[in-house]
Write a protein that binds this ligand. Structure first.
Ligand SMILES: [Zn+2]
Length: 248
């Protein structure tokens, strides 16, 4: 039984399976629940009525619910890709963070909730030896399909407490922008850098819809001031800074 030693309640999920092809998890994946209440989220994630589940849920008041043993494969990532591997569920631990999500009620994550996420993440990362660059958003591994936990999630604060990799985003400013329809070596370099970080993207040299989608996913996590899928100077510089931190 692999589970956090932090205070928590247990609501066992019916849906889970064995991890495939890995010794243990090496990714920590963050989600928001996207529903109005924690009770409804726990019901969805544990009842088996839908083919979803997750290891943990963190309520807005900071309460932690444990649903799937960390040794098991929970069903939270769906169709996904990171570093060229498609079965992100097999290699990850998932945390669902209560927030109604994008729409009228998407709001800042409360302090108590984020403190609990940081404590839980530190605990998981330490026990499994998960690298900072492997603390990811659902949107990172499923661009275009998922946008959670979204631009309000305080990644910088998490990183300042040892959770995840972060490079201070370069300021948004006027300048040349790569956008849909662009092509050439600058586009290819951008795609190569995104792929080098782990995103599922082909290096084609053409700024197609798939590229814009991955750029927006990158922005949602690492340059949240403007998430428009256009590679402006700030986006390109922030990605380069992140890659430098990644290889440092
Ligand atoms: Zn999600």
């Amino acid at each position: 039984m692999s589970v956090t030693s932090l205070p928590h309640v247990v609501v066992p999920a019916l849906n889970f399976s064995d991890r495939v092809g890995v010794a243990g998890p090496d990714i920590l994946l963050m989600h928001y629940t996207g529903v109005p209440t924690p009770e409804f989220a726990v019901e969805i994630l544990t009842s088996g009525a839908r083919e979803v589940s997750c290891h943990y849920l963190v309520r807005q008041d900071g309460g932690i619910v444990h649903m799937v043993d960390e040794d098991k494969r929970a069903w939270h990532a769906g169709k996904s890709s990171w570093e060229g591997e498609g079965d992100v569920n097999s290699r990850s631990v998932g945390i669902e963070i209560c927030n109604p999500g994008h729409g009228d009620d998407y709001h800042d994550f409360p302090d108590a909730q984020i403190e609990a996420v940081i404590a839980l993440s530190n605990d998981i990362v330490a026990r499994h030896g998960i690298q900072p660059r492997h603390v990811l958003a659902h949107s990172d591994v499923a661009p275009g399909r998922k946008i959670d936990p979204g631009e309000k999630f305080p990644w910088a604060r998490l990183a300042s407490r040892g959770v995840g990799l972060w490079a201070t985003p370069a300021a948004v400013a006027d300048g040349p922008v790569l956008d849909k329809g662009a092509s050439g070596t600058q586009v290819a370099q951008l795609q190569q850098n995104l792929a080098a970080y782990g995103y599922g993207i082909d290096v084609t040299g053409d700024y197609d819809t798939a590229t814009a989608t991955v750029v927006q996913a990158f922005q949602l996590h690492f340059r949240p001031q403007l998430c428009d899928g256009r590679a402006d100077v700030s986006t390109v510089a922030t990605l380069e800074a992140l890659l430098a931190a990644h290889s440092a």
